[in-house]
Write a protein that binds this ligand. Sequence first.
Ligand SMILES: Nc1nc2c(ncn2[C@@H]2O[C@H](COP(=O)(O)OP(=O)(O)OP(=O)(O)O)[C@@H](O)[C@H]2O)c(=O)[nH]1
Ligand SMILES: [Mg+2]
Length: 231
Amino acid sequence: MTKLNIKIYRNLMGANDRWAARTRALLKKHRVIMLNLIGSPGAGKTSLLEKTVRSLSKTCRFAVLEGDVETTHDAERLARLGCRVSQLLTGGACHLEAKLVHYALRDLPLNKLDLVVVENVGNLVCPAEFDIGEHAKVAILSVTEGEDKPVKYPTLFREAKAVALTKMDLLPHLPFDLKVCRAYLRQINATTPVFQVSAQTGRGMAAWIKWLREMHAESQTPDARHRTPER
Ligand SMILES: Nc1nc2c(ncn2[C@@H]2O[C@H](COP(=O)(O)OP(=O)(O)OP(=O)(O)O)[C@@H](O)[C@H]2O)c(=O)[nH]1
Ligand SMILES: [Mg+2]
């Protein structure tokens, strides 16, 4: 048989996707739900988590994986509240990769947890492209960022299983048109629930917590939410 000389170039995401698949299997084994919070730098991701820890920790066993380029500031904020938290540092990369998340997850006592929330590196673009084995991506958009972000950064908003519209207490001070923002969002994703919240005043937190509890409840039913997401 003639020897053929063929160069093969594999999809760069292939390795990442294999780690994401391992994470999915690990989560399935322990019936733990993992959410991936994605939003711009300063959108209010950690503030929302701080508020969430206070409301949810008595009834739901959860841990947070904090993604940042540098520092342990966010992990410290949550640890001060008694939250189980690990800090994942990318050292420069603008998103979390599945391998790093997998290693951090393996060190958690998964048999004692219901929910793991990952706060991804502040960025609306790259984190949306990288599967980390989560059950759902949650888009975090603050009212200080402008109404048009869902159409300018459609990948995240298309994939998001929920959107948290944060810093609602600032709305009276901003030229932000809520109706326009929601219309843009519907253009990209007609069904995703939108939670209008303020970590400052607590507004809207009850609905957000209710949704998290529902995710937790689903973790108790075998096979629920453990399908590979369509990409
Ligand atoms: N007025 C108001 N300010 C908020 C609210 N949530 C967060 N902030 C402020 O917004 C700034 C950024 O909040 P963080 O929670 O650190 O934002 P983040 O998305 O975690 O930021 P990175 O992790 O750096 O991407 C802080 O000064 C918060 O006090 C809110 O609901 N209302
Ligand atoms: Mg943060």
